[in-house]
Design a protein around this ligand. Structure first.
Ligand code: ZN
Ligand code: FE
Length: 257
């Protein structure tokens, strides 16, 4: 299977659009294009032609560039079948377990509801790359706009179970803010403290903290650790309590943080 080349474009205040290029076929996708112009600019610089848009969910800061990009490039739009009415210009409808081919590179679709009911993630297993949208952030997770805590916890566990060396591209640069909350939850977690130092150094240089890895998030992200004793204790719950409820309490506290 062909490997992919990935390029990140920071846009708006804290969004990332990611370009995925498969060099053998020349196929190129824009993941969650909030806006069109920066995508068109980068494509021109690289000499790439846009063939696809991959949308993780319908929110405007992920789909705002769809129509203009379709108009300018004729690209196809891949999105959740369950959300076809809310994804502008959708032309390829996908769901759990579907494989989508970007040229010679295969991406598996994982349904990850919680932030929105139709949220999906795209996993390129041969390249060890995941596009997590607004489900999993570094040291955090998306807000529960349309799903229950239980659904979101199930979605996060699905991503947590991917190979540890998977590179995780999130759609927002929220890591520093998430880290301030995470530190209150697990102040003795060495993996978290190490990640916080790294994040501080990167942000001081104006560099992205994304991608992260599944291994780092498993070790440091409190929202992936709702079934650990230390996180249960931090939110004042018994270690034997239902992890979905511990997760719910953690999410409530973060919302009020
Ligand atoms: Zn969103
Ligand atoms: Fe977003």
């Amino acid at each position: 299977m062909a490997k992919i080349v990935v390029e990140q474009i920071p846009v708006l205040s804290d969004n990332y659009i990611t370009l995925v290029h498969e060099p053998v076929s020349g196929a190129t996708a824009a993941v969650d294009p909030a806006v069109a112009e920066p995508v068109l600019g980068r494509l021109a610089t690289r000499g790439w032609r846009l063939t696809h848009i991959l949308n993780t969910h319908h929110h405007g800061d992920h789909t705002g560039g769809n129509q203009e990009l379709i108009h300018r490039t004729g690209c196809a739009v891949v999105g959740a079948a369950k959300d076809s009415e809310r994804i502008p210009g959708i032309s390829v409808e996908v769901g759990e377990g579907d494989t989508f081919l970007l040229g010679g590179a295969a991406a598996m679709v994982l349904e990850t509801p919680g932030h929105t009911s139709g949220h999906i993630a795209f996993w390129f297993p041969d390249s060890h790359v995941l596009f997590a949208g607004d489900c999993l952030f570094s040291l955090g997770c998306g807000r529960l706009f349309e799903g229950s805590a239980e659904e979101m916890w199930t979605s996060l566990k699905k991503l947590r179970d991917l190979p540890p060396d998977t590179l995780v591209y999130c759609a927002h640069e929220y890591t520093a803010g998430n880290g301030r909350f995470a530190r209150l939850v697990e102040r003795d977690n060495q993996a978290l403290l190490t990640r916080l130092e790294q994040v501080e150094a990167l942000r001081a240089k104006g560099l992205p903290t994304i991608p992260t890895t599944i291994a780092d998030e498993r070790a440091a992200n409190p929202f992936l650790r709702a079934d650990t004793k230390s996180v249960a204790k931090a939110v004042g719950m018994e270690p034997g309590a239902d992890p979905a409820q511990i997760f719910a309490e953690l999410r409530r506290r973060k919302d009020a943080f």
